[in-house]
Structure formats: C-alpha cells, structure tokens
Design a protein around this ligand. Structure first.
Ligand code: KG4
Ligand code: ZN
Length: 365
C-alpha cells in the first residue's frame, strides 16, 4: 500500500532554532508544509562568534515556540503526525541536547515515534527533498562548521571522499571578516568587499593542492591574510578601502580556486565509482557565495556532470531537511527510543578516519 508520511523535524545544533513539517507520499515528491527558523545572530554578535551556553539556553526557550508555529503554519496538530525527527548530532552539545529533550518530551507525551537524525545527513539529503535527486550522487557540503565531499548512496549510507583537516570555509570567511573589522556573518561581508577588489594583487596560498586527493585546509589562509594586513599597516600606517577589498578578493579567490580543483578531483573519483547520470549537489551557507557557486558549476560543465544547489533557505541550517531525513529513515524502518543520546561528533561515514580539529560552530565530523 502506498504510504503517506507526515513528519515534524527539530533542529538546534548550532545557532538556528528551527521546526518544520514535511509530508511525502511514497514515490512522489516531498512537500514542505512549514519551515520556521529563529536565528540567534543578534544574541552572539557582541562576542564575535557563537557562544555555546547562550545558544543552548536560547534553543531551550525557543524550541516549543517553533514547534507551535510550524504546526500552525502547516494547519496541523500533533495528532496528524506520523513521527518526530530531531537532530541528534553533530553540533554544539548543549543545543543538540535541548532539541533531543524537546523531541523526547513530545514523543513521550503523544506516543509518536522518535527518529534521531544526523545533521550532516540532513544537509546531504536536501537535494532529494528539493529536486527529487535519485541515489547515488556526489555532495559538497560547505558551511560554517563543515566541509566535505560525500557520495550519498542511501539515507544512511555515505562515503566521504575528503574534507577539511582544520577550519571549514565559512569559519575562514567569518575569521577574515573579524580581522578586517567587517560585520558577521563574515561570508556575505567579505564577498561584498571582494567585488571591488583585485584578486591578483596579494598572493594567497592554495592549501593542499600539492597533495593528491580532495582533503582541504583553510586555516592557513586567515594567517596569511593577517600577515598581509599587518604588513600593509606597517608600510602605510593603515588600511585603505581598496586594501581591504583587495585582501578580501585575494582570500576569496584562493578559496574558489582550491574548491574548484578539489571538486574536479572529487568528480573524477566519483565517476570511477558511479558513472551513470552523474550529479553533484552543493549545500551549506557558503554555497550562497556567487563566485564559489559559479566556479563549481563551471567544473561540472567541464566534466559533463549535472549541477544542483538547493534554494538558499534550504542550504543553510533549517528543520525541513531534518524532517525529511527523519522521514527517509522512518520509511526505511528506523525508530529510536527515549534512550536516544545527543552526540557532539557523529561522522556520516563511520569507516573513514575522523577529521582533525573542532570547529568554532561545533565539532567536525
Ligand atoms: O550552513 P550555515 O547557515 O550554518 C552552519 O555553519 O552550519 O552556514 C553559515 C556560514 C557562515 O560561516 C557564513 O559566513 C557563511 O556560511 N556564508 C558565506 C556566504 N553566506 C554565508 N560564505 C561565503 N560567502 C557567502 N555569500
Ligand atoms: Zn549545518
């Protein structure tokens, strides 16, 4: 019998509190019935980054409000749901715990089945939610906390081809903005400055291009930028608007070139394994960067690979992706009990070695 499932999703792993309702009839496209996101940018702006304790408290205060809004906006009540999905990691542990506790409370109170979702799987399955992309496909996840190339084989089966060994690119953009006195989040501010800059004036490194494979490293770029900034200040007594724009343009170009080359390599590896109807999808906040998006699209044209990117609101953190990933797990028979635990680290591909470092916006996985 064809089954229609309606799932409520909760997300609270970083600095967005979110709830959403997604419905899918077997074999048909999924439908987002509502998607509510309460960002916390204002709460953290004075601190130059996400403060985990403040984030956790704000999630605990806002989650129930988000759930009520998501149900109202979908025109549904808890009785209309088949399951409740929640991000159970990886991320800032206090925030993840807030979400898991809220979901457990609803599950215990209503008897609704509970499904824990890996936040990265939420991002990685979004192309199926937005474009109905069939497995397998190649995924580049680029955000403030994550950067990895994944082959998605199934809702719970991923192969990681490579990823960052230190900072995520969004983190590098945010740190660069801080070093240049630009507003947070850094990605959009650095991109806007870079438009007026000369990417060739200051030569930034292209990290790890001399090494085979598609691992990435971004922490050296902000150190290079800091040195260049200090040198200009020492030579000229300060930074002009043009200096700042040139620093941003050089920095951004280094990220663009590195991601383009590593994407080329990831596509080659993917094509060796999955040659039929190759698709690459990007997701994560950094996928909003026009220069990065364009460079990756160009590599896809060069390689004859289809390119797809979810709309921006579904590239960044949201609960629709969690509801959908939970729905896919639930349909496959997955259920979690009230012993579901919040996990700060949770690699999608358990067989590959864990990545080094711990991101400002949560543990890398
Ligand atoms: O996916 P996301 O909303 O949150 C997580 O990190 O999970 O991504 C936010 C990150 C921030 O670091 C932000 O600076 C970056 O995405 N970002 C950008 C742009 N817009 C957002 N980075 C570069 N260019 C952009 N236009
Ligand atoms: Zn995310």
């Amino acid at each position: 019998m064809v089954q229609t499932l309606t799932v409520l999703g909760l997300e609270s792993s970083c600095d967005d509190t979110a709830a959403a309702v997604v419905r899918q009839t077997e074999g048909a496209e999924a439908e987002i019935l509502s998607s509510i996101v309460h960002g916390q940018t204002d709460l953290h702006s004075a601190f130059g980054g996400v403060v985990p304790e403040i984030a956790a408290r704000a999630h605990a205060e806002k989650l129930d409000v988000c759930v009520v809004q998501a149900l109202d906006s979908a025109g549904l009540s808890l009785r209309d749901l088949d399951a409740i999905a929640v991000t159970a990691g990886p991320g800032l542990i206090g925030g993840v715990m807030s979400g898991v506790m809220c979901a457990k409370g609803i599950s215990a109170g209503t008897g609704l089945p509970l499904v824990g979702v890996n936040h990265l799987a939420g991002h990685a399955l979004t192309p199926r939610l937005t474009d109905g992309i069939a497995f397998p496909y190649l995924m580049l996840l680029v955000s403030g906390g994550h950067c990895q190339y994944l082959i998605a084989h199934g809702p719970e089966h991923f192969t990681r081809l490579g990823g960052t060994i230190d900072d995520a690119p969004g983190e590098a953009f945010d740190k660069t903005a801080r070093l240049l006195g630009l507003p947070q989040p850094g990605g959009p501010s650095v991109e806007a400055e870079a438009r007026a800059g000369d990417p060739k004036r200051l030569r930034f490194p292209r990290p790890l291009l001399d090494r085979p494979g598609c691992d990435l490293s971004f922490s050296g770029l902000k150190t290079a930028l800091m040195r260049m900034r200090d040198q200009i200040v020492a030579d000229n007594g300060g930074l002009t608007r043009q200096d700042r724009a040139d620093l941003c343009a050089g920095f951004q170009q280094a990220i663009v070139d590195t991601l383009a080359e590593k994407t080329r390599r990831a596509i080659d590896l993917y094509l060796e394994l999955n040659p039929i109807n190759p698709v690459i999808a990007v997701a994560g906040g950094v996928a909003a960067n026009t220069a990065i998006r364009f460079a990756i699209e160009s590599v896809c044209v060069e390689k004859g690979t289809r390119f797809t990117a979810p709309p921006l609101a579904l590239c960044t953190d949201n609960a629709a992706m969690i509801a959908f990933a939970g729905l896919e797990r639930f349909r496959a028979g997955a259920r979690d009990g009230l012993d579901l635990t919040a996990r700060p680290r949770w690699p999608l591909d358990q067989r590959s070695p864990s990545m080094l470092g711990s991101g400002k916006k949560g543990a890398k996985a």
